[in-house]
Design a protein around this ligand. Structure first.
Ligand code: PGA
Length: 256
């Protein structure tokens, strides 16, 4: 049974024939948002999924099709603890894949501090930043691997009202993310993440998923009960959701 009141607007689920089409439609969606509102506030994700979208956004910027000068980015999450110089910190990820190549002013690139001494204090601070700049116009999200159904690092058990906080990562998440590190012991045990409430307050949500490893979680989150057992299911509480899927990640959805 649903633990939260239902809203009438169903997510717009778009199934595309290739991962590259997901990248392309995602980039177009973001560009349209910025054309409509040049000073958009965007919540943005990291991970393997959005890399292609960032490449296309960089290309669009280089081709003069979009200007990020007035955009503000609120990143979804960051490992804690992690050095700002660590190649796998989300700060470095964002710099390498996006910030280094476009014109978002440095002061508008907001991301939790993985080097903060006290993660609880940093969480309170980052929440105040979200309140200051938000609510975001658009939150772009991935979804966690396997059965995690996480958004940001909101692992199973995350509640509808959760805010920015320090969390321990599920073992399933650490195993999946070990591919980015030399071995699993190097994957940080915790993270700072925007909460479900922060994410849902975005005026619209764009979720991206690719590959067979996302098929179970996409089906569970879009068709199962809404609640903390599948944190991504909460996106259905936002009235303006678009989900872009390739054929593999959509493979467990009911056929039209
Ligand atoms: P991925 O990560 O894009 O690397 O699959 C998504 C996530 O864990 O939210």
């Amino acid at each position: 049974m649903s633990t939260v009141p239902d809203v009438s607007t169903e997510p717009n689920i778009v199934i595309l024939s290739s991962p590259e089409e997901v990248d392309s439609m995602a980039a177009q969606h973001v560009i349209k948002q910025i054309h409509n509102k040049p000073d958009s506030v965007l919540t943005l994700p990291t991970g393997a999924t959005p890399v292609g979208m960032y490449k296309l956004l960089v290309k669009a910027y280089q081709d003069g099709q979009v200007d990020f000068q007035h955009v503000t980015v609120l990143n979804l999450d960051e490992y804690w603890p992690i050095s700002k110089n660590h190649q796998e910190s989300y700060l470095q990820f964002m710099y390498r894949n996006f910030f280094a190549h476009i014109n978002i002013p440095e002061k508008n690139r907001l991301i939790p501090n993985g080097e903060a001494k006290d993660p609880e204090e940093e969480a309170t601070y980052y929440e105040s930043i979200i309140q200051k700049y938000g609510p975001p116009d658009l939150a772009v999200l991935g979804i966690g691997p396997g059965t995690t159904c996480h958004i940001g690092f909101n692992e199973k058990g995350s509640t509808r009202n959760s805010r920015v906080r320090y969390v321990l990562l599920d073992q399933e998440t650490r195993i999946a993310n070990a591919k980015f590190f030399h071995d699993i012991d190097e994957v940080p045990t915790g993270a700072l993440t925007q909460g479900i409430a922060d994410i849902l307050e975005a005026k619209s949500i764009l979720m991206l998923a690719k590959g067979p490893g996302k098929a179970w979680g996409i089906h569970r989150s879009l068709y199962g009960p809404i609640g903390p057992e599948a944190p991504a299911s909460f996106i259905r509480d936002n009235p303006s959701v678009t989900v872009l899927l390739d054929l593999e990640s959509a493979s467990q959805l009911p056929k039209a």
